[in-house]
Design a protein around this ligand. Structure first.
Ligand code: ATP
Length: 448
């Protein structure tokens, strides 16, 4: 994979406060992310992915799936329903324990998660809060026509439980032996008390989760390996090393089922925050579901005939948070002569558009025909666009701003020598390449 050429930088003590505004504005202006239900005044903390955002999101999910499923022999995929039997949530502990403690500021009446308030009210600065109250984060719904207690169920708050409930199904059909994992990407829902920071914390979001089953005495080593693997995934996709760190949970922070957890944190414009958590969930989940369902979810070792509950290592990341981190990390402003150019230095695997084909003169039929022919040929290989709606300088800036890897320009000379100009997004260097060898040239740069 071609790495991008981001300048390395030292992390300032205070993150750039206006960077988030710039990212939000770029996302809206260029069709990455729109506010949900905007024509009705918007729905707080719900976001829609536009034409470029959806490409970026798919690229992130594909890169994840490739790394954790296709490139490995020990992980298989799964896609479970969002609605599950309500007893699942009793067994998992969510009905009882999936709560945040909330407090209200007595002065401005705003509501906060107690663990996020340090002394003063983040809104008005007062220091007078109500007593903390437990608030369950699961979104409730009713199945069927009658809205009584018996019809209550929940939108899943994590994808993990569908994996545990299918443990035996996957084991029986895939014939995997320990250690092995099950991966899933899907929507989850949490009635967050304080959503915010754009797509960082929302009530509907997408998760990428792996539940990796291992022998209990191998769980710690396996946990360490997954922490390394997952950190490397972000690095390989181009995130700057100095903007990532690992943070081990203290005993007081651990979920009730976990024997250990390490977060991968990213230095967002609003500070260091969790991108992904990698937990050792012990044998809690399979034991709980065995108890509540009455079905034996133990693993049987074919050689020793021994039956036991495997331990589970869970790398759990958010698609939306990863997307925000990739955007923030890729955003650069550079002075080019007297002008400032905004450029998204996304890696080749993630860039929503790989190549833009631009005719230098849109009134010249020969140029337009050749440019469209090149575009049709390239689009079989990678996402390619054709744009003739502005002068060339403006077209370059437009493509830079959305992270397009290469611009191919067709000019009068191209009609004579069958060569085009290829401009590299990061270096802005231009090279003349024969049309006949263009695809091969781009494939080598983009896919290797
Ligand atoms: P936080 O402490 O930020 O609330 P968490 O520790 O509760 O997160 P997990 O339950 O570990 O989060 O979920 C795994 C991953 O799912 C997180 O690392 C994050 O990337 C993503 N995620 C969780 N909650 C949200 C949310 N409300 N909005 C967007 N992504 C989320």
């Amino acid at each position: 994979m071609q790495k991008n050429s981001k300048s390395t930088m030292t992390i300032p003590a205070q993150p750039a406060s206006d960077l988030m505004e710039k990212i939000v504005s770029l996302c809206k202006r260029r069709g990455f992310i729109f506010q949900s239900s905007e024509i009705y005044g918007g729905l707080g903390s719900a976001w829609d992915y536009g034409p470029l955002g959806v490409e970026l999101k798919r690229n992130i999910k594909n890169a994840w799936w490739k790394a954790v499923v296709h490139d490995r022999d020990d992980v298989v995929g799964l896609d479970c329903s969002i609605l599950m039997h309500p007893t699942v949530w009793k067994a998992s502990g969510h009905t009882e324990n999936f709560t945040d403690i909330l407090v209200d500021c007595k002065k401005c009446k705003k509501r906060f998660r107690k663990d996020k308030v340090e002394g003063k009210c983040p809104n008005c600065g007062a220091n007078d809060f109500t007593e903390g109250r437990a608030f369950n984060l699961m979104l409730k719904t009713h199945l069927g026509a009658v809205e009584d207690e018996a019809s209550v169920t929940y939108l899943r708050p994590e994808t993990a439980q569908g994996i545990f409930a299918n443990f035996i199904n996957v084991l029986d059909t895939s014939r995997k032996k320990l250690p092995f994992g099950i991966a899933q990407i899907g929507k989850s829902f949490r009635n967050e008390i304080t959503p915010g920071n754009f797509i960082f914390r929302t009530r509907e979001f997408e998760q990428m989760e792996i539940e990796y089953f291992t022998k209990p005495d191998e769980a710690n080593a396996c946990h360490e390996r997954w922490i390394k693997d997952r950190l490397n995934w972000y690095l390989d996709l181009g995130i700057r090393k100095e903007k990532l760190r690992l943070r081990k949970h203290g005993d007081d922070e651990l979920a009730h089922y976990a024997a250990g957890c390490t977060d991968i944190e990213y230095y967002f414009p609003f500070g260091w925050s969790e991108l992904e958590g990698i937990a050792n969930r012990t044998d809690y989940d399979l034991k709980q579901h065995t108890q509540f369902s009455g079905k034996d979810l133990q693993y049987k070792d074919n050689v020793t005939q021994e039956k036991f509950f495997p331990f589970i290592i869970e790398p759990s990341g958010g698609v939306d948070r990863a997307l925000l981190a990739f955007l923030v990390d890729a955003y650069q402003e550079e002075m080019v002569q007297e002008d400032m150019r905004v450029v998204l230095k996304l890696g080749a695997a993630l860039a929503p558009i790989k190549v833009a084909v631009l005719p230098l003169l849109k009134k010249n039929d020969g140029i337009v025909v050749l440019a469209k022919k090149i575009k049709e040929d390239l689009q079989k290989e990678f996402t390619t666009v054709y744009d003739d709606t502005a002068a060339i300088g403006k077209l370059y800036r437009r493509q830079d701003e959305v992270g397009t890897f290469f611009c191919v320009t067709v000019d009068v000379q191209s009609l004579e020598d069958q060569q085009v100009t290829v401009r590299d997004r990061d270096t802005m260097q231009q090279e003349r390449i024969p049309v006949a060898g263009l695809k091969k040239y781009l494939v080598e740069k983009l896919l290797n």
